[in-house]
Design a protein around this ligand. Sequence first.
Ligand code: HEM
Length: 152
Amino acid sequence: MKYLDAVISEVLRLYPPAPSTDRICVKDTLLPAGEYSNAITIPKGTIVQAPIVGLHTDPQYWKEPKKFDPDRFSDENKHKIKPFTYMPFGMGPRICIGQRFALIEVKMALVHLLHSFDLHPSAKTKFPIEYQTGANLLAKGGFWCGLTPRRV
Ligand code: HEM
């Protein structure tokens, strides 16, 4: 189950269904200069986007960011992830309320699928995935996967 959890975490890093989230600034706020940025004042009323997928694939924070590597989330490695660089469910007081439910749901679905089928690319599977334009990360033309019944 630990490895399954690491695999799902890595899928959510590379393919976060919500690739960005936003907030409205409620008072003029000075953000101090950081390692890579000058100080900036964000005026009240500004909509601020948090680029979730950008943070998840930024080479500043992830070694070989495009590589699918669940070991990033192993017990030995997960504490090395810099806070706020991994947030598939958002962050703060408005973090996804369904996070735990979603993770259990995905694990249950995978366990049932893998119990009965071998999963593999099909003739319609596109790799690399092409994305639709829009607020959510969706595969253009749908996501296709081959299923072969297992003899159990
Ligand atoms: C893998 C599945 C899911 C992902 C990746 C996801 C991701 C997100 C993200 C990024 C946000 C915005 C959080 C923020 O701005 O800080 C959000 C909000 C929310 N999500 Fe999810 N979500 C998932 C599944 C679910 C499920 C299953 C439910 C309900 C059963 C749910 C209910 C909500 C609600 C109600 C909010 C708004 C929370 C608020 O504004 O206080 N989500 N989700």
